[in-house]
Design a protein. Structure first.
Lengths: 558, 166
């Protein structure tokens, strides 16, 4: 069958079950946009390519399938970069399709030419520059396979526009992907898993550090079973939030520099730490040396390169955490974590958990707001965040009960992520659950034109805007570390956000007191369209519970 | 710190070398020397990389390299396990008086003279880095006009081979 390169792209997208492509057209990817219009795949026009990449990422986090975005050559492609890097750092499956200048012009600094495969090399799982149109079906199939299997990640394919337009005899179909250099981690070594079981059984104070790998590997049920049988206390990384319900009796919260104190203390007091699907990044574990010396670290990860990258483990296990838990749970039968240790962790919970302040004082307490939001949504919503105080308030105070409900840029820390990610999630959720974007007034202004995408495509996103006229987290940082020399953090004089949202056709309201929070949330959730709720927050509201608490894991805490 | 040699079989595709080399700079690993060439299979190239580091660092390098799709196989080898050779072309300043001395040194090192002019001799020397260095130290006295060295290439001693899975 005769087919153009672009037709082959679209046909292969359809074969891979793609429902939607988020993108922005230009001359070089126009052949793809053209053929998409004749297919079952919907193209959603964004307001910036960065938004397209983040939407694909939000879509992927909800559906577990690779999100697809497209951009034209040059500036279109470079605008995708932040979104691709964000996906890479959080192991989100994504396929980015970029147009490229025509083959004879490559390397000639042609109009809108950029070496995008070169530019994205450090933060793509793999990338392709198409040299022969006949390779297109194979490459697109490979891209989805690579993006979605093993440790997921973004894959970029760069298509020179002449190859998209040229006609070919569609190559004999062979959709079986085989890449000899691609090694997907299989089952873990039995004897290593046995060692883990023995180490846990001989420990006095074990703790599980649950990472995003558990979410990615769909091992949540296996983890919950393991915890139910063993009673081992669980703390999580930011990406691991939701693997146990926030109010589960064995779950103590997020650790790390913005984690909760009780979780950090339990983590530090443990004599055996079972790390499941976490790379132990610097925001999670600040004092690596203490961790290596002080307790037995068991590190389970699907990516062999994560083992020993940041911390040398006592027992390394390379394997998919779902398989490893299936192997490990039977070995633990009859074992229960020592009562004394569980009692100790309970005491820490009692000592370091306080009800958020909820009286009226001229501002809304964002922590209180998040607890009310959990109740009002019955924890059954997709909640995205930006990066900054809004992210930490959400992580530590919204009661997430399921995985894939908390959509946040954990690894890369990308401001401007939350709103487009919520749009992608909303497209994926198809109205089954409300989608809430929690933002600050700094991050909201990074990608706010995407409200146009929401309006045009009628994609409902509930926007919660914590407004304090500050880049709050940097403001706090300057208070703590720069002798309160506040520089470049005051963003007062910003537009009237309510008027702005109204201009896009959304209903809005503002809440200024804690007593108004419940009603304001009810009104927002009852609205069937996108909605902006402005929440006025004290610029001096700390990220943690109490200023200066910022509980970095330290041995001295013991 | 110890010297390790990584023998890396990669797909013979354009751009593979930049993926491999980019990884080193990005992750803060140092390359001591590098050489690339095709193997007896035209679809496969072998990149030989010498790195200095402790065992854990080198293991991390190797694991990161494994994640590159076009990297098919890697083996980390210690100096004692391999034969390793590099090549240097040296243009040495000579006078009618010193020419025969330089030729003598060249013969001792079993190096070859590949070009000659009234004022220079160009010598090709192959061998382990130490041997090449020793030669260069000696001829430095006469004046090295120009020097071009390759990275080391290596094969494992004995019958072991780095095989591709079929």
């Amino acid at each position: 069958m005769r087919m153009t390169g672009a037709e082959m792209v679209v046909k292969t997208l359809e074969k891979n079950g793609v429902e939607v492509v988020f993108g922005y057209p230009g001359a070089a990817n126009c052949p793809i946009i053209d053929k998409l219009s004749l297919s079952s795949v919907k193209h959603i026009l964004t307001r910036n390519e960065q938004g397209a990449a983040h939407m694909a990422s939000g879509y992927a986090r909800v559906t577990k399938r690779a999100g697809v975005c497209t951009a034209t050559s040059g500036p279109g492609a470079t605008n995708l970069i932040t979104g691709i890097a964000t996906a890479y750092m959080d192991s989100v499956p994504m396929v980015a399709l970029t147009g490229q200048v025509a083959t004879p012009l490559i390397g000639k600094d042609a109009f809108q030419e950029v070496d995008i495969t070169g530019a994205t090399l450090p933060f793509t799982k793999h990338s392709y520059l198409i040299k022969d149109g006949l390779d297109i079906p194979r490459v697109v199939n490979e891209a989805f396979h690579i993006a979605e299997t093993g440790r997921p990640g973004p894959v970029l394919i760069d298509f020179p526009m002449d190859l998209l337009k040229a006609e070919y005899d569609y190559p004999d179909e062979d959709d079986n992907v085989s890449i000899r250099g691609y090694k997907i981690t299989g089952k873990a070594n039995e004897s290593q898993v046995k060692k883990v079981a023995e180490a846990i059984k001989s420990s006095k104070k074990p703790v599980i550090l649950a990472g995003g790998g558990i979410v990615i590997s769909d091992a949540v049920n296996e983890l919950r079973k393991f915890v139910k049988e063993t009673d081992i206390p669980v703390v999580s990384t930011m990406m691991g939030i939701g693997v146990l319900p926030g109010d589960h009796h064995s779950y103590y919260g997020m650790i790390g520099s913005h984690g909760v104190k009780r979780a950090n203390m339990i983590f530090n007091r443990a004599d055996t730490v079972i790390v499941m699907g976490s790379r132990l990044g610097d925001r999670t574990v600040a004092h690596i040396k203490g961790l290596e010396d002080g307790n037995k670290l068991i590190h389970i990860d699907i990516d062999p390169a994560e083992i020993g990258k940041n911390v040398q483990p006592y027992i390394p296990v390379v394997g998919d955490i779902k398989d490893v838990l299936e192997q490990l749970t039977p070995l633990m039968s009859g074992y229960k974590a020592e009562k004394e240790w569980v009692r100790e962790t309970e005491e820490l919970r009692a000592r370091f958990t306080h009800e958020p302040f909820s009286e009226d004082n001229g501002f809304v307490n964002p922590k209180y707001f998040m607890t009310v939001l959990s109740e009002k949504t019955h924890s059954d919503a997709y909640v995205s965040t930006e990066v900054g105080q809004n992210q930490i308030w959400t992580a530590n105070n919204y009661n997430f009960k399921t995985p894939r409900a908390f959509l946040t840029s954990g690894g890369f820390g990308t401001m401007g992520y939350g709103l487009p990610a919520a749009i992608g999630a909303s497209v994926a959720a198809k109205g089954e659950k409300p989608v809430i974007a929690v933002m600050g007034d700094g991050s909201f202004q990074m990608d706010l034109p995407e409200m146009g995408t929401m309006a045009y495509w009628d994609i409902p996103v509930k926007m919660v805007l914590f407004k304090n006229g500050r880049l709050g987290m940097v403001h706090e940082h300057q208070f703590l570390l720069y002798k309160a020399n506040y520089q470049a953090v005051n963003i007062e004089g910003t537009p009237d956000f309510e008027m702005l949202a109204k201009a896009y056709g959304f209903n809005t309201s503002t809440v200024k007191e804690n007593s108004g929070v419940g009603k304001a949330i009810d009104k927002m959730l009852a609205d069937d369209k996108s909605y902006l709720l402005v929440v006025e927050v004290n610029p001096f509201e700390p990220t943690g519970d109490v200023l200066n608490e910022a509980p970095l894991p330290r041995k001295e805490d013991n | 710190m110890e010297r390790y040699t990584l023998s890396v079989l990669v797909e013979n595709n354009p751009g593979v070398l930049s993926r491999v080399v980019g990884l080193f700079s990005r992750r803060g690993f140092n390359i001591h020397s590098l050489s690339v060439g095709t193997t007896n299979d035209p679809h496969v190239s072998r990149i030989t990389i010498e790195v200095n580091g402790d065992a854990l660092t080198v293991e991390q390098v190797s694991k990161q390299l494994s994640k590159i799709m076009e990297v098919i196989k890697i083996k980390t080898l210690r100096d004692s396990e391999i034969v390793k050779r590099g090549l240097a072309l040296v243009k040495i300043k000579v006078t009618p008086k010193t020419r025969s001395e330089v030729i003598e040194i060249t013969n001792v090192f079993r190096a070859n003279i590949v070009d000659i002019s009234p004022n220079t001799l160009t010598v090709e020397i192959t061998g382990h880095e130490r041997k090449v260095n020793a030669f260069l130290d000696l001829v430095d006295a006469y004046g090295i006009e120009e020097l071009s060295r390759t990275g080391m290439t290596a094969l494992e001693r004995g019958a072991n081979i780095l095989k591709l899975d079929k």
